[in-house]
Design a binder for this molecule. Sequence first.
Ligand code: URA
Length: 202
Amino acid sequence: PVEVPENPPSFAEFGELNRMIHACRHCPLWEHATAAVPGEGPETARIMIVGEQPGDREDLEGRPFAGPAGKLLDRALEEAGLDRSGIYVTNAVKHFKWTPRGKLRLHQKPDAGEIDACKPWLLAELSHIAPSVVILLGATAARSLLGPGVQVTKQRGLVAAPQLAERVILTVHPSYLLRVDELRKEVEYRQFVADLKLAQDD
Ligand code: URA
């Protein structure tokens, strides 16, 4: 295994950070991905959103949350009164992890070693943006920044993590909302929008 630095790398601007992310070999996921997908959004963002990892579409387009989960996130953000163009959106893991199934590339969950290998990049983004609000979408983002043992559905909402930001919101991943059974969909979606509303300026 490649040595992972303990501290986030220093860099002058995002272009430089993104070049380092593209060249990352901390774990083997780069080998089967098209390219790394770094975060996207203004450096002055008040809110930072952390997802899991790029999916099939994100891997091809090179932008986070560009596929179906991203469409759902965009809609929920709008309903929560938040404008995505002002938000910095990124992932805990920067390369798409997948396994072939016929012609499809099936998403696989990143493991703890891969999450930890990618953490310096996430911390670098976090310290550069220094957002007031961090929104963690799902278990992988929670594992990366809050540590192991967090249960998203039990601890969702505001969580105390002053080392990350003034306000930290933990909620489900939008791809969960795409999978959940029809009967629960609306209720789960409403709860997701309510969690996102906790990021509103007061
Ligand atoms: N799911 C994620 O966690 N991130 C993306 O960028 C897309 C889907």
